[in-house]
Structure formats: C-alpha cells, structure tokens
Design a protein around this ligand. Sequence first.
Ligand code: SF4
Length: 449
Amino acid sequence: MYEFAVAPAITNLRRRGAEITEVTPNGLGAELELEPGDRITRVNGRPVRDYLDFRFQTAGETELVVEVRKTTGEDWELQIERAEDEDFGFSFEQIVPRQCANECLFCFCKGNPADARPSLFVRDEDIRLSFLYGNYTTLTSITDDEMARIIEQRLSPQYVSIHATDLDVRAKLLGIEKRRADISGQMSRLLDAGIEIHAQIVLCPKINDGEILRRTIADLAADYPRVTSVAIVPLGLTRYNTDSRLTPVTPEFCRETISEVTKIQKQLRQQLGTTFAFLGDEIYLRAGRPVPRREHYGNYPQIEDGIGMVRSFENEFNQLLHRLERRPLKEAQKIFGTILTGTLFARELRKMIDKLNSRFGTQIHVVPVENRYFGGDVSVAGLLTGGDFVAERDHVRGNFVVIPKHTLKSDEEIMLDGMSLPALQKEFGLPLYPADLNSFSGLLSRLSQ
Ligand code: SF4
C-alpha cells in the first residue's frame, strides 16, 4: 500500500514515442509521407518520449536518423537532411501529465464537486509542464531520470511549491513523511546546475504563517538569485474541502499578512534589489487594500501564478484609455452592455470601466458574479462556471454580455461545469463575448461600428 502511494504516478498508459497529430501540407513531414497517428520513437538512436525530447534531440541538427512506428504497425527509418532552421511541418500530441504522490491538505482536487470534469481531478506534478507552462511541482517524488533530464535539456526555470522550509510543517501540508518532504538535495542539485527556480508558498493560517513564513522567505532569499522569486498565495477553500485542520483566510488575516510581508519586502529590496517575495493579488483585494505599484513587480516574475495581474491589467487599461483619447470610438454611446466577472475583481474593474464610461459616453455595467459552483471563499473570475453566469441573468443590462475569456478551456469553448459557450449564449439571448484586455479594445471598436 505504502509502496504504491510513493511511486510516481502516471495518468494514462503511455505508448512508445511521441504521436504526430497534424502534418502541414507541402512541409517536410508531408514530403517524408508522415501522417497523423504515426509515432516518432527515436532520433539519432535516442528514445523520444514526448515533443520536448524531439525538440531537444533535433535542435541544431541538420542530418538526422528518425525512427517511426507507422499507424499500420510498420517501422520506418528515415534519413533526413534539412536546413538548420527548417521546420519539420508536423505537430505532436499534448504531454500526458505525470501525477503527484502527495495528499496536500489544501489540494484543489479535494475542493471539486464529485461530478466535476475528470480533468479537474488530475493532480499534475510534472517537471515538463513546470518548464512549459509554469505549473508548480513539489519535487517530492521526482526520479533521478527526471532530475537528469531537467539538467541535460535545460528545462529552466522550474516552479517549485515549497510551502515551508520547516520540514515538519512541509510534511504536514503535503500529507507525506518528513523524509520525503526534504527536497534540499534536489534543490541544491538543480541550483548548482544553473537551473533557475521560482518558489511558491500556499499560505495557510495557523500552519505556515508567522515565524514559519518569515523563516521560509529568509531561507529562500539566501539562495537568491538562483531562487529568483517567491509567490505567496492564500489558501482557497471551496464548500467541498471541509478539512478541520485548515483555517479559512479572512480579510483580517490578509491585512496582517500584508503588514508583516511589506516590512520583509522592504528589507529584501535593500539587500537584493528586488521585492523577491510577492503576495498574491487576492490577498490585497480581500484585505480591501490597493495592489502595489508597477515598480513593486519588476519584470513580473510570477505573472503565470496570477501575481501582479491586477496591476498589469490596470496599467494596460490606462494605456487603452490614452489610445482612445487619441483615436476616439466612432459612436461610443452605442456601446451598451454588461461585463460579468468574479466578485473579487469586479470592484477594481468597475473603477476602470467608470472612467471609460465617463470619458467616452459608453454604457458598460460590471456585474460581480458569485461562485455558486465551488462556493466557499472562491471569488476569482477564472473559476466561474456557466451556471454561475446564468444565475446573474436578471442583472444583465444592454445588448451584449462579456465574460472573462479564461473561464473557457484553452482548446475548447466549454466552461468548468461543462456548459458550452453556445449554450450560455442561448440562456442570455444576447451576443456573448469571451474577452480579455487584449481583445477588449478590438471588441469596443467593433461594437461602436
Ligand atoms: S496540491 Fe498539488 S502536489 Fe498537492 S496533492 Fe494536490 S496536485 Fe498533488
């Protein structure tokens, strides 16, 4: 039982090689008669497990021997000559994430309703996805092969959930033995090999706050600049995660955390020249405090973890206002509609939209949407579902509705509760636009035509 629990888990059965999913007409792949479904198994004699391996093993190579398992079951060996920067003209299947062997107290999987989409229960812990998308791993079940791969293929930066450098506390939070919670050896090996690490702390009141938090930040800062930054994000509880060992985050807790961490940040800026330890936007919003100024975030090292999003959004929104002043919308008064967003961000967004309305005559309303699907203290826009939007139908005004684009799956127009975009649009009986700030200015121009 125990042996099973600590073994690195694999989500799906994995077949040899990496599967080709698309072949560009007239590209090199098409010329070689490769087809969707074929699997590349080796390049120059080295095994290919996924597209990262393929990318690594072909980088800079102009003469290649590529072994392919065709969909028919035949094995081909292709001698390829190509110009150094010539594209292969095919794409690969997505990486199947490896799963963790932890039992974190606060794991988001425990916070899902039982009938949530199966993909919401995937406990991914994959150094490849960490490198590609900034997903956090804990390094508690990383294998020697994976360590060697990070170093050989320079899969840097890596994003590591530390939570606490005190091993008893880390073991408690991850729900594992203290021996496994100790990743000092793995961290040193990666840092010594020049792999950059961004760290994360999920802040749980009464467990890793106070002195534990101060020590964790100080221990990580001792490794700056090899450890580049730390994200401190608050524990989020849905109505389904009722673990009595967890204490919910309150506005008061957020205010205390800001006051304590702001002092530490000031010292770190003097010592290191960077804020280094960044508090999640949610902490400021829940405390009812303004998010820090632009300079606080430097080059936004933790933007993938949502840190600095509000500041970045507001800055870009102000730029949009300047652009509109130089080139006004044709018939701005025609723009009459509603933006639906999470309760936490609605207040900030409303301030910005009010400026737009008063300067240009648009009539856009911002409606905060409560998260009924997850409940608890979930208030971020990205976790809203189709049912949550529908519940606010009576508050919609005007002739269009905008919802946050990131409530949809990245590769499909479907929300977390399985409702599709066309189904939601039908519920509103109005044009429905999923948008982010990048697409918002284009949308305004279109709506004013
Ligand atoms: S929070 Fe992450 S590391 Fe912890 S159990 Fe869940 S998926 Fe695994």
